[in-house]
Design a protein around this ligand. Structure first.
Ligand SMILES: [Zn+2]
Length: 239
């Protein structure tokens, strides 16, 4: 008697447990569906508010700051309707440069030169060469001019092949015999460290060249509502 009873109890217990489990799963699924629906409704409503009430942003300046060392001015604006913000950088030295592409097409880039950093690269390069027992390189006007063109060209196309499809040397074939490029380094020391750490670039810096031209171009880059400067550095070497 006790045996079947126990069996029945166990079976019943199992049924009960499976029922509780099913109930828990059902509760969990139900909660998950509710949470998911709430999140979806929130996303939908926020999008709807933005699209319906803000067909054209009406931005108002809410903050402005100037970096004393770079002269970069950062302005933050907020839309009076949708409260969305945008960040705009500018520098009074900004100019627009036209780059020739293959064929007769052109493209424009905007930014400014960071000559203090370029000069620091020249002096750090010569300090580095002296430490290796090598002669210093003479900065020339022609190579500096070439580097200034290459600096905004690499902002558009980061390569030793120019945007027009020709080799970097063609920027001035009479004087340019070597080129190092870097992007994203905001100090001379960081750019130099990156070039030293790369065998090919390091060999270029320690080659038997006699002359050099360096340029740093801070190119204005806009992503969505925000703009920033990306630094492009060029070393052009010659004899
Ligand atoms: Zn808006």
């Amino acid at each position: 008697m006790s045996v079947p009873c126990k069996v029945i109890y166990q079976v019943q217990h199992l049924i009960e447990r499976s029922f509780i489990m099913t109930k828990n799963i059902r509760n969990f699924a139900f909660t998950a569906i509710i949470l998911f629906a709430a999140a979806f409704a929130f996303i939908l409503s926020s999008k709807t508010v933005h699209a319906a009430s803000c067909t054209s942003h009406s931005y108002k300046l809410i903050a402005s700051s100037t970096n004393s060392s770079t002269g970069d001015v950062t302005k933050i604006y907020r839309c009076t309707t949708c409260k969305g913000t945008k960040r705009v950088v500018s520098n009074k030295a900004d100019k627009t440069y036209t780059i020739k592409l293959a064929g007769s097409k052109t493209v424009k880039v905007t930014g400014h030169y960071v000559d203090t950093m370029a000069n620091q690269i020249v002096s750090q390069l010569n300090t580095y060469r002296k430490s290796k027992g090598l002669s210093t390189l003479k900065k020339t006007t022609a190579l500096t001019k070439a580097a200034k063109v290459r600096a905004y060209e690499i902002g558009y196309k980061f390569s030793h092949t120019r945007p027009n499809g020709k080799a970097c040397y063609t920027v001035n074939s009479k004087v340019v015999y070597g080129e190092n490029i870097a992007s994203g380094y905001t100090t001379a020391a960081k750019a130099m460290a990156a070039w030293k750490a790369s065998a090919g670039h390091n060999a270029n810096m320690l080659n038997s060249y006699k002359t050099v031209g360096v340029s740093v171009f801070a190119m204005k880059v806009t992503k969505g509502n925000n703009s920033t400067y990306v630094y492009y550095a060029v070393q052009n070497f010659g004899y």
